[in-house]
Write a protein that binds this ligand. Sequence first.
Ligand SMILES: CC(C)(COP(=O)(O)OP(=O)(O)OC[C@H]1O[C@@H](n2cnc3c(N)ncnc32)[C@H](O)[C@@H]1OP(=O)(O)O)[C@@H](O)C(=O)NCCC(=O)NCCS
Length: 174
Amino acid sequence: MEEDGIPNHLQISMIRKLTKNDWQEWREIRLEALKKSPDSFLSSFEEEAKTSDNTWAEQLENSIKFGYFINAKIVGCCGLSVEKATKISHTGTLWGMYVKNEARAGGVGLALVNFTKNYAKKSQVKHLYLGCNAENHNAVKLYKKCGFKVYGTRPDYTKIGSKFYDDLLMMCEL
Ligand SMILES: CC(C)(COP(=O)(O)OP(=O)(O)OC[C@H]1O[C@@H](n2cnc3c(N)ncnc32)[C@H](O)[C@@H]1OP(=O)(O)O)[C@@H](O)C(=O)NCCC(=O)NCCS
């Protein structure tokens, strides 16, 4: 994957937790994700496009989101929420996974899931969950490759336009 004419061997790639200073990049990639892959997320572009600048920054202060950067430009993201209540504090949820079209099929998604798993494990998470549109075969394949197993289905969980989609419940033991 060559970016800006910079040969692959000179590109700098990194994954890091986003901070409030990244709010413009976070807004850009999140809104692109919702617009270009409406079937992949529970939220919609129309809903989140109304979010104020302050709220985008606050979201990064108050939750865990990761960005995959190539030459300082964000090309992929995903979120992790860890439950606070004591009885379920060993559980977390991976959500909001998205890789820009031009960066796909190069291992970015795989790296983001594995990074999230490691971060979650260090945060004492034992069971990492996620939900995925049952028709999103590429994502299901990615998650299975990273050790997630399907443990249930929520029938007709999302309705997009007039079409209903099943949602697969997946879990990975860390
Ligand atoms: C799903 C998505 C995150 C994959 O990102 P990616 O960076 O292209 O994935 P990777 O290159 O790391 O691929 C890792 C594995 O995922 C699976 N996979 C990903 N894209 C695939 C495709 N187009 N066809 C088949 N398998 C695919 C494969 O198992 C692949 O491993 P392999 O190449 O050894 O077969 C990306 O396509 C995307 O952002 N899609 C739109 C948003 C979305 O669906 N998000 C998930 C919400 S639950």
